[in-house]
Design a protein around this ligand. Sequence first.
Ligand SMILES: [Fe+2]
Length: 689
Amino acid sequence: MPDLDRRKFLKLAASLGAALAVGCTPIRESSSGWRERRDLYPQGVASGDPDENSVLLWTRRPYADGRKQATLLVEVAEDPAFTRVVATTNTRILGGSDWTSRVLVAGLKPASEYWYRFVDADGNGSRIGRTLTAPGRDDPRPARFAFVSCQDICEGTMNAWRRMIFEDERAAPEDRLGFVLHLGDFIYEVVQYPDQVKDGHRYNRIVTFPVKFPTGGKAVAKNRFRVPQSLDDYRELYHAYLQDPDLQDARARFPFVAMWDNHEFSWQGWQSIQEFGEGLVWAQTLKVAANQAWFEFQPARVPPQANLEAFEAPHVVDAPVKDFDDNGLGQEPNNLAAIDSLIGYRSLRWGRHIDLILTDQHSFRGPDPSNRDELKPLFEGVSFPFYPEALAMQIDSGRDFADGHPPAKLVFGAKSIANYRAKEPAQSMLGAKQKAWFLERLRTADATWKIWGNSLGTPDWRVDPQNMPAKMGKWTDGYAVLPNGDWGSIYHERGEIFDAVRDAGVTGFAIVSGDRHSFWAGYAAKALPPAKFEPVGLTFVGGSISSLGMQEASEQGSKDDPFRPLFMADRDGAPPEPTMNLLLNHGVRSALEYAHSGDLAKARAASNPDVAPHLDFVDMGGHGYATVRVDAEKMTTDFVCIPPPILRSDREDGGPLRYRVRFETPLWRAGEKPRMQQTVLEGDVGLSA
Ligand SMILES: [Fe+2]
């Protein structure tokens, strides 16, 4: 919660009565008569946003007998048998909130493990959940958490959650995870119906149909899939997702800290606007519905929603958004009201070593200037799968390019157009207000590690087609970038953030992110050679829990594509191998050498050291999760990678690992460059290192 301290929050929550349970003495055995009836709580239980004395608890207990409200008892205990109950309260649940419940439990001890459960008036109980409180802000012990993203249940399975639970249950208490940071795409609002799927597959994935929108949904993108068109449609997504047994078990075991990415509202959505390739769709009412469903199903401390019992939805109508301020924020009142109905950016403290700062990459994001019709002539007849880096920077930065010296023309190969961006402001991902809050939090954070929880990846997607052989095409534009819609294209604002880190002498700055459906490890730097390479921190992207990634899509691509060797090596009936990892990490010559010879040592020897000094590791086919351990001296990040989760594993460990790779970085001093060391702990990382 931005700048809303705990005492204020408790006061606020206390004024709501039923929503607050306070740790009580004497501690006694449960007398609730709880009998577990998981069928009556079909989405299980969850906890979220712990601090050192309190945590939010969650469940859903639907009634279908015509009543409009009911009461649940909440019990919190120090033991899973509930012989030492420390807090109880009655809480009201409302049909109008889809029978979901959020209860703040306060007065707890720091760095402690608790168990909780809900009981209805007839003694029917939820499953038992486990949660943890944060260590006190001066607690010097090492801290651990996991970060995850992107879990599509319609075309993948949740084996990664099973693996995380399996390992955590067997870890020594001091090595267990403190919380799970979920960086979004918790749900995918784009859902395929049976008539939209050919042969039961998308690429190599088996498509299933667990989501049935109450309205039937709306067919979009030339009938490729359906999207929600009401609040109940969004709620149905959470109902279906939370009935996945592995995800539900994870929510019952770990406190979650959640931030949405795009799919919690809309695939190509920004602010309250949707895009499906056929112009802008004004969707203020759906943005409010998406926010309401998120609030109802994710226990989180998110203003301005102060009433934990029910989301207070502003009345909005869908109206054209035409006027944008210099930070890209659409000024139309319904747009502003919809966005402001839920503020997700917030920070969380975890002991002496973690200040976690979460930002929202979609609600305030300005219009994307690379979507403009003016640009089209530059790309006519172009077959390259990438475009010039200089052009990407000029489009992004507008009038701020080169410290206020944008070129008169935008150039690609032999073509040029007038620079339609020359008088326009730079793109903003965060918007002015959030950015000011974020930079202030960064400058004043005093934990050892300042961790930016960011749904979108920051590393550049850079390639060096100037090193392609002439037969692949005549490239005259220097470095290039692969198409992307994340921080890899937001050069100006990313630079502003990294400059602020440098100028304030912030050390221990590390970014953890998702969305790319791939694992990346490297350095946070605003520019790459021949410009000055000046890393100010670390940057990690975690592979998807289940969603399919670029490698799986490319595997199924045409083998006749002249650029294919840059992305895939096909040899002698062997499965295709992702030279795209070498392309991004080492450049064109490495990728082509491997595609030609299959010799990884020779491929690495052909590396262009200037293409990607910001990267240590890229796996475009990686799925799973990442863990972080920090202490006073070091940050240790592990990537736990599983094979593509096409079928649910029936093993208790969630199935085999592909690899586990570790990145260790000693804390650096202001002005020093961070240096990470990579160790493969098990398995084979293939072409990723
Ligand atoms: Fe995703």
